[in-house]
Design a protein. Structure first.
Lengths: 356, 356
């Protein structure tokens, strides 16, 4: 059944309508500044308005959903960190001490932490959203990471949690994740959807050395050879070599597009999730803001696939949603320009000549 | 006398000491994230600590000083906007309707507006700081823009206003400016200090067409031919082809370096002011954060001169300090990471292997 429900979700996604573009642009051009001089801040405002279908939107409440999951493929020695760091970091998120907590507080975004596939039985703990589909994926060098039903269930869980966050008032969502080893499935999916080799799209993740990088590339190659994932079957590819948090992010992206809300996609892992969403429903691209240029090799190829230009580049590679919350704040800056700046008439400022 | 006082200011500037670097880096590496994974946010935090000489600094109050001045060279038809827009925009700043007001509110920065050379007699008006040196510069195609004494007086005015803002509690300052026509003196100064031709460093400012761009380049060439400004005499170059707001920004940058406070330098005009400061006192480079990559041609050469890599690039070219206040917020994000993130020990998270 989850696969049928997912199909319904995917088919309810429509491209963003651009009918309001001229009205929005006219307002931007009437603000007390040279035309276009606020560059991409103006682009962010215009996209925000068109996505939401409103020419005078409110400033949205911001939320980041951090999906956590484990990876059977860590058995192959592809990460600089041991697997237990996933659940340890979940506790860190809940206590407010992680990078995402600090940056979300800084920009005024709510953090929601979702256990979608951590290999750990948590005691009931304040603030943790339990959507565990399984205790981690299986080792994709030996068997599919998930069944199709599990992959679909995880996507739907992500979509439902996004839906819930929007019902609770969030008007713009950001993607976040935690999962030791998850650059490996993200690289595998990138190879599939970008039709590139593992060498081209695989990087050092949290910081592995040359030998471990070779191992990682071999592991990915082994998974791809075993399952032959097909870009035209995104759910199958996700099930074969993906991860639960990646599936959750895919669902979040789909859900935002269904609800006509912007979604700010973080770095390499998050963008892999967004790629699965775009492979299922190409129109989701219209709703995506790519937060930043990640250091992780392969991210550029992902952004090309999604036709996105990132908001900023601060050499970040942490994940968790850290880039996405900072980008949400810059998108909000653009929206505030659109909503709060004086017009030439209103401020009695002489407009410039038309020679622009 | 102002020239002597300026010399005293310049000679009290010392390079930033790096003695605390290892202690700062050790703390950054002990936070619950892979080493270096927050990229430039970590760099911002480390620089902030070293500049202020404190390993556990407080989060600083933020202020942007917007210097406004007019330019005699506008007689030559080098701007898309008429000169009266300078004083009209000053009113807009004071009423809170300009781009800088919106973005400063967004990031929680105070805006201080300084009339340092506007060609307009303001009625006494709440909030406007009167440091007018003259009613605009003179047309540098015919005579020096200012006398040396006026240039020095304007630099000192900028330095004193920065000092005042810091005494009122600001711990990080941003540069801002307003002055119709001011990309012309900024381009002229860039040509002087970068030893480049006017063609190479002159752009379209607020938005002029091809003919006006040719005029602008010719005007700059005429000024440079008439005065032969010399990069080894920064005050003389500033007086010959500069502007009062550019001088004020130069003073602000010097003052921050004297007080060991970081200064966030906005786009093309502001960076011209920072170049004058760096030509007077090379060590000011240590205290500068370049906010963003401006669209304006010539900005890259300026940043090379100052040895700066900008914080972000959003295709902006408005000035006023709009890029600088957004950058202040990202620098603060880095500082919050440094101050607020949990350590591996504190959060009971297993550190990664050393293979980084």
């Amino acid at each position: 059944m989850p696969e049928k429900e997912l199909s319904g979700l995917v088919h309810s996604i429509k491209p963003v309508e651009t009918i309001m573009h001229d009205e929005i642009q006219a307002h931007l051009d009437n603000l007390t500044k040279p035309r276009g001089s606020l560059g991409r801040l103006e682009e962010f405002a215009a996209r925000y308005c068109m996505i939401t279908g409103r020419t005078r939107p409110d400033i949205p409440a911001k939320a980041v959903l951090v999906f956590a999951g484990d990876h059977g493929v860590t058995e192959e020695g592809i990460s600089a960190f041991p697997k237990e760091v996933t659940f340890q970091m979940v506790h860190n998120f809940l206590q407010g001490g992680a990078g995402i907590n600090v940056l979300a507080r800084h920009v005024g975004a709510r953090v929601k932490v979702v256990d979608i596939g951590v290999d750990h039985e948590f005691e009931p703990v304040e603030g943790l959203i339990d959507r565990k589909v399984a205790r981690g994926t299986r080792n994709f060098t030996r068997e599919p990471a998930m069944s199709r039903a599990q992959a679909a269930e995880a996507i739907l869980a992500g979509a439902q949690e996004a839906e819930k966050a929007m019902n609770e008032g969030a008007g713009i969502l950001a993607t976040g994740e935690m999962g030791i080893g998850n650059t490996t499935p993200a690289s595998a999916l990138t190879a599939v959807f970008c039709n590139m080799s593992p060498e081209e799209v695989t990087g050092r993740g949290t910081g592995i050395d040359d030998d471990a990088l070779k191992t990682k590339i071999n592991v990915i190659q082994k998974g791809l050879s075993l399952h032959s994932p097909d870009a035209s079957d995104p759910l199958g590819a996700l099930a074969a070599v993906g991860g639960y948090e990646i599936a959750g992010i895919c669902g979040l992206v789909l859900s935002c597009a269904v609800r006509r809300r912007p979604v700010v996609v973080d770095g390499f892992i998050s963008t892999a999730g967004a790629m699965v969403a775009a492979a299922l429903a190409p129109a989701v691209r219209d709703y995506i803001f790519a937060a930043h240029q990640s250091v992780e090799q392969g991210h550029r190829a992902q952004l090309r696939f999604l036709e996105q230009r990132p908001v900023f580049d601060l050499d970040m590679r942490l994940g968790e949603g850290t880039g996405a919350v900072l980008a949400m704040n810059l998108i909000e800056a653009g929206l505030r320009i659109y909503l709060e700046m004086a017009t030439f008439d209103g401020a009695q400022v002489t407009p410039g000549s038309e020679a622009v």
